[in-house]
Design a protein around this ligand. Structure first.
Ligand code: ATP
Length: 318
C-alpha cells in the first residue's frame, strides 16, 4: 500500500474562557492525537456523532486550522502550515454547503479562475481551456460560468464545489458531508460523479459524514471517531458488519436505514462527555455496556493488525 496521506499524532485543542491577561480557563481537546494512513486511490470514511471532532480534523487537513501537535505528510513530505498555496495544490476541501462557502458577489467563472491564477499561474487562454475541461468533467454547462452562486440548485452547487476543488489539481479531496444537504435522488448523482472522478483522475478521498449508509457505500476503509479520538479503523465491511468497538456497534445498530442520520445511540447515557472536563480512562465508558473498572483507569490505545484496529479493553469478537 503506498501511503499518500499520513497523519502522525495530529491533535487540536482550543483555549476557552480566555481572559484579557493570563492563561485561558481551560482547553477543549477537539481532536486527540490521531495517527492514520490513507493509501493512494482509497476512500477513507470518517464517521462520528456531532461534536466528535470531524470538522476540526478536516480543517486541519486543508490548512484552515493549524494543528496543536503532530504532522501531516503527503507522499512522504510534511506539509508546511506556513505555505497555504502548497497545501492547496495537494489537498482540497469540498464543503457540505458550497453556496455559503462561495463569495456571493463573484461569478462562478471568477471562483474557478482564482485557484488557476493563484496556484498555477495560468494565463487567460489556459484558464479558459482548463475551466471548460473541468466543467465538462463534472457535467456542468459552460453558460453557468457567468452566473452567481445563489442561482443554483443544491446538486448543481455541489458540482460547482467539486469543480472548484478540481481546479487546484490536488489529488486528495476532503469531502465534508458532501451530500448531506441534498435530496436522496441528487445524492446518488453526486456520489456517482465522485466515484467517476476518482477513477478517472486517480484521486484519494477522505469522506466525512454522519450518515452511516452513505459512508458504507462509498468507503474502502472507515475510521470511527469518538470524543476526538479514533476508536476503531478497518475495512468498511468489517466496521459495519463485524464491529469490534462497542461504540461502533451502537452506531451501526442505531442507523440501519439508508439515508438515516446517525443519532445518538442508546446506551446507559446518551451525552458525550464534557470536553472541558474529560473523564479519566476511556471516554466511552459511561455509555458502554461492557465497561469495567479498568476502563476508568487508563485510556485504551488503538491496537490490532494493520487491517483492523480498535481502542478498547473489552472489544467484541467482530
Ligand atoms: N473554535 C472552537 N473553540 C472551542 N471549541 C471548539 C471550537 N471548534 C470546535 N470546538 C469543540 O471541539 C469539539 C469538536 O468539534 P467539531 O466541530 O470538530 O465536531 P464535529 O464532529 O465536526 O461536529 P458537527 O458534526 O456538529 O460539525 C466540540 O466539543 C466543539 O465544541
Amino acid at each position: 500500500m503506498s501511503a499518500v496521506l499520513k497523519l502522525d499524532g495530529l491533535a487540536k485543542s482550543f483555549p476557552v474562557g480566555k481572559r484579557l491577561l493570563g492563561a485561558p480557563r481551560g482547553l477543549v481537546h477537539a481532536v486527540q492525537p490521531v495517527d492514520l494512513v490513507v493509501a493512494q486511490g482509497e476512500t477513507l470514511g470518517i464517521v462520528g456523532e456531532s461534536g466528535c471532532g470531524k470538522s476540526t480534523l478536516a480543517r486541519m487537513l486543508v490548512g484552515l486550522l493549524p494543528p496543536s501537535e503532530g504532522t501531516i505528510e503527503i507522499n512522504g513530505a510534511p506539509l508546511d502550515n506556513a505555505d497555504p498555496a502548497e497545501f492547496g495544490k495537494k489537498i482540497q476541501y469540498v464543503f457540505q454547503d458550497p453556496i455559503s462557502s462561495l463569495n456571493p458577489r463573484k461569478t462562478i467563472r471568477q471562483v474557478m479562475e482564482a485557484p488557476l491564477k493563484r496556484l498555477h499561474g495560468l494565463d487567460r487562454a489556459q484558464r479558459e481551456k482548463r475551466i471548460s475541461e473541468i466543467f465538462a468533467s463534472v457535467n456542468l454547462r459552460e453558460e453557468f460560468l457567468d452566473r452567481y452562486p445563489h442561482e443554483f440548485s443544491g446538486g448543481q452547487a455541489q458540482r460547482i464545489g467539486i469543480a472548484r476543488a478540481l481546479a487546484a489539481e490536488a489529488k486528495i479531496l476532503i469531502l465534508d458531508e458532501p451530500v448531506s444537504a441534498l435530496d436522496v435522488s441528487v445524492q446518488a448523482q453526486v456520489l456517482n460523479l465522485l466515484a467517476d472522478l476518482k477513477a478517472k483522475l486517480g484521486l484519494t478521498y477522505l469522506f466525512i459524514s454522519h450518515d452511516l449508509a452513505v459512508v458504507e457505500a462509498v468507503s474502502d476503509r472507515v475510521a470511527v471517531l469518538y470524543f476526538g479520538s479514533v476508536v476503531e479503523v478497518g475495512r468498511a465491511e468489517d466496521i459495519f458488519r463485524a464491529p469490534r468497538h462497542p461504540y461502533t456497534q451502537l452506531l451501526a445498530r442505531s442507523a440501519p436505514v439508508v439515508g438515516r442520520a446517525l443519532s445518538a445511540p442508546e446506551g446507559k447515557e446518551t451525552e458525550l462527555p464534557d470536553p472541558l472536563n474529560p473523564p479519566a480512562g476511556c471516554a466511552f465508558k459511561a455509555r458502554c455496556p461492557r465497561a469495567t473498572e479498568e476502563c476508568g483507569q487508563r485510556v485504551p490505545k488503538l491496537e490490532g493488525d494493520a487491517a483492523h484496529r480498535v481502542a478498547c479493553f473489552h472489544p467484541l469478537e467482530g
